[in-house]
Write a protein that binds this ligand. Structure first.
Ligand code: GLN
Length: 445
């Protein structure tokens, strides 16, 4: 879809200004009005001017590869001059003083920021309901949660408010809302996209990635934002070109999920395998049932540590005084775990478990090109209905595995159950992002 849009813009049939105005109009119509999707928190008031500047570059023939496209950025990724509030009262007045590397790379290619997306507060959540600025709605199942924490990034693509968006994924936050909103969401290998300018949830797990209408669009964006960055010491260039013409070995991960969701996924896999003669087998990995128990202690400790800068002196308000329930739970929990850490009780144990799970996956990818599972084990709940903390955390059981193993993962639409979209998760080996994207394309309708 991006490719077609770019052709229109290049040929002069559509200007950057028209494209941007169209999206701003859609946001105006259905973000706070109309369908009240509430996926956009801040609109870039300068977007039309920026689009005009891009149009003049296009006319002079030196515009970038994404000239004229409009995108929306999760509110935990800094874009200079725009409020970057992490959907929290704590940072409600914080205007970013610099631009994150991933965004800067898109701007260099003349894409235009349309605005900042709603999200779970400080990326803590899987439903979009912990935002201090009201829950975000799911455009493709309007009474259901859109998923989270990159709720607004997914919902904005689904609502056709933008050409694509950026999200962050610590334990599934790109893939989970992509799955519920019927769009594509890609979490690259850990480190392959710079985290510079991302307000972290858990620095050893966080990863920025694209959400878009199709795999190819994610691929186009990923190829621009990826790569080593001087400002992020752990960022890395994975040199892997997509391999061609190879029989693909698919493993279906033996994990618990709603039978209807599994049925959709198996159907899809069988359909593809009928056409392509790929091989499929069931795979059982040890210890992956411990994903949640491994993930949350790491997140609690690293989040607690990361939030110490929000003491009310430099950025916004003191976090404990303004944040919501889920954020305070993690801060308190993280401080308890940190205190117990002299005995290596939780955090170091979780890191040891992380290593074991990572190893399990790395062994599996010696035999399989990709592993497939549901993204979320259950259908999303109705907006506003109360669920327990455990149930909320359990939504993440299958998505956290990619972050723990540091591997790339994508969610692509797989069908609907009772009119609710369901995504399929495809995982591949660390650094094998381009190959994963190539294979994922074949699974698209
Ligand atoms: N739902 C998970 C959590 O609340 C994942 C969040 C994320 O990936 N940012 O921690």
């Amino acid at each position: 879809m991006i490719t077609e849009k770019l052709k229109l813009i290049k040929s002069g049939k559509l200007s950057a200004e028209e494209n941007v105005k169209h999206f701003l109009n859609e946001i105006e119509k259905n973000n706070q009005n109309g369908k009240k999707i509430n996926s956009v928190l801040i609109v870039n008031e300068n977007a039309v001017n920026e689009a005009r500047a891009v149009d003049s570059k296009i006319k002079k023939g030196h515009a970038g590869k994404l000239a004229g496209l409009g995108f929306i950025v999760k509110s935990n990724i800094n874009v200079k001059g725009l409020v970057c509030n992490c959907a929290s009262r704590v940072l409600e007045n914080y205007v970013a003083t610099y631009t994150a590397t991933a965004v800067a790379k898109l701007l260099e290619e003349d894409a235009i920021v349309l605005g900042m997306a709603n999200m779970d507060e400080f990326a803590c959540g899987s439903s979009g309901e912990t935002s201090a600025f009201g829950a975000c709605k799911n455009p493709n199942a309007i009474d259901r949660i859109p998923g989270g924490s990159s709720s607004g990034s997914a919902a904005s693509v689904a609502a056709k408010f933008c050409d694509f968006s950026l999200g962050s994924d610590t334990g599934g936050s790109i893939r989970n809302p992509a799955s519920h909103c019927n769009v594509v969401g890609f979490k690259p290998s850990y480190g392959s996209v710079s985290r510079y300018g991302l307000i972290d949830l858990s620095m050893s797990l966080d990863q920025i990635g694209p959400l878009a209408n199709c795999v190819e669009d994610c691929e186009i964006i990923y190829n621009i934002i990826k790569g080593k960055d001087e400002n992020d010491a752990i960022s890395i260039d994975y040199d892997n070109k997509a391999k061609q013409n190879k029989t693909i070995k698919i493993g279906l991960l033996n994990v618990n999920a709603d039978a209807k969701i599994w049925a959709l996924i198996r159907n899809k896999v069988n359909e593809i395998c009928g056409k392509k003669k790929y091989s499929v087998s069931d795979v059982k990995l040890n210890h992956i049932d411990l994903g949640i128990q491994t993930y949350y202690p790491i997140v609690y400790v690293e989040f607690f540590s990361g939030t110490r800068k929000f003491d009310g002196r430099k950025y916004g308000y003191k976090i404990e005084e303004k944040c919501g329930e889920e954020v305070i739970r993690r801060i308190l929990g993280g401080s308890v775990i940190s205190k117990a850490e002299f005995a290596g009780k939780y955090y170091r144990k979780a890191l040891a478990a992380k290593k074991i799970i990572r190893q399990e996956f790395s062994e599996a990818f010696k035999k399989y090109d990709i592993l497939i599972s549901p993204v979320v084990p259950k259908l999303p709940h109705k907006l506003g209905s109360k669920i327990s903390v455990e149930d909320m955390y359990n939504y993440d059981a299958l998505s956290v595995l990619a972050n723990i193993a540091e591997i790339p993962g994508i969610s692509i639409p797989c069908g609907k159950i009772d009119n609710i979209p369901v995504g399929m998760q495809i995982l591949s080996a660390l650094g094998n992002d381009e190959n994963l994207l190539r294979i994922a394309r074949e699974f698209e309708e």
